[in-house]
Design a protein around this ligand. Structure first.
Ligand code: ADP
Ligand code: MG
Length: 312
């Protein structure tokens, strides 16, 4: 049985800029697989190459065993893509938009009508099907976008950051849909910069940064990469940058970032390190105003692997 998606040393350059450096990952059939990475990691560029919109500068990829280079038509036929940017006609109704996309996929007549009905049901917009998409909320537009990718019954669906900037209700609807699609036998490639979504949905997660996979595994496997380290979030009564000065060189501190006024640290042996952090602060006449010791999560893993915070 071929993998649903395979990429091998995929690369994309725009002039002298490298957006995707060397990206390899495998998505087994039947999985929800997430590409988790910050904005600019190269997720959408990768999706564009998989869906045939962009020609790779190097490397190879396949969908259900069909090469995107030498067997592009078969690769595309197996794939439904929900792009990050909404691609709909705002002056047309939801039903008319789906009709348009269905025809693009070569569907027509009664069969197309049946599939549009079925799709409207899945995306929860049967009752709004006659309304102009231009009057829809961001989340409803997203759902129509998802519907368009489902009409031709693809074996594999790719969803590129489908929950960015939408209301919580639509977000929940989309996450539940992902699970439902998967239960119905579809393989899902999901991209996100929200670690909670990757954790909730995925069998496997590839963490991407700067156009490369920096780690791949199950959620539990990825968490293990942090080892015995503890994540500590601290705030000071002065600017958080002071924490960098104070603590960067403390023995046992392996990573340190500042985010929204908080200093996030990864430390080995917190029992030993924490008192030292306080000592340093006191000596400098600075007060620690809060301490939060956290279970490592995917953000911790990202910090551990890249030295950076996952979110901007
Ligand atoms: N057409 C393009 N021309 C030049 N640079 C691009 C183009 N498309 C994307 N990029 C750059 O490539 C990098 C990766 O972008 P993208 O794939 O959109 O990342 P992500 O989807 O992970 O946020 C970014 O720095 C982006 O600005
Ligand atoms: Mg993107």
């Amino acid at each position: 049985m071929p993998n649903a998606i395979e990429t091998s040393h995929l690369q994309k350059t725009f002039g002298s800029f490298t957006a995707v450096k060397d990206l390899s990952f495998c998505v087994p059939q039947g999985e929800v697989f997430s590409l988790l990475g910050p904005n600019g990691a190269g997720k959408s560029t990768t999706i564009s190459m998989l869906s045939g919109l962009l020609q790779p500068s190097g490397g190879e990829a396949s969908i259900m065993g069909h090469s995107i280079l030498s067997d592009a038509r078969a690769a595309r036929a197996a794939l439904g893509v929900v792009p990050q940017d909404i691609a709909l006609y705002m002056d047309l109704s939801a039903r008319e938009n789906l009709n348009f996309w269905g025809k693009m996929y070569g569907l027509n007549g009664l069969e197309l009508n049946r599939r549009i009905d079925e799709t409207l049901e899945i995306i929860g917009l049967s009752d709004r099907q006659r309304d102009r998409v231009g009057t829809f909320s961001g989340g409803m537009k997203r759902r129509v976008n998802i519907g368009a990718a489902l009409l031709h019954h693809p074996q594999v669906i790719i969803m590129d950051e489908p929950t960015v900037g939408i209301d919580p209700q639509s977000r929940r609807h989309i996450l539940d849909n992902v699970k439902r699609f998967n239960q119905a036998g579809m393989t899902v490639l999901y991209t996100t910069h929200y670690m909670e979504e990757a954790e909730e949905l995925s069998h496997h997660i590839a963490i991407v940064d700067q156009g490369q996979v920096v780690a791949c595994g199950t959620h539990a496997e990825l968490i293990k990469l942090v080892g015995e380290q503890t994540r500590i979030d601290l705030t000071l009564n002065v600017d958080a940058q002071k924490g960098v000065e104070l603590w960067q060189k403390v023995d046992g501190v392996s990573k340190l970032t500042v985010e929204e006024g908080r200093i996030n640290l990864l430390v080995n042996d917190s029992n030993r390190v924490l008192p030292r952090l306080f000592e340093n602060a006191t000596q400098a006449g600075v007060r620690v105003t809060s301490v939060d010791i956290r279970e490592p999560n995917l953000e911790t893993v990202f910090l551990h692997l890249t030295g950076k915070a996952l979110r901007d």
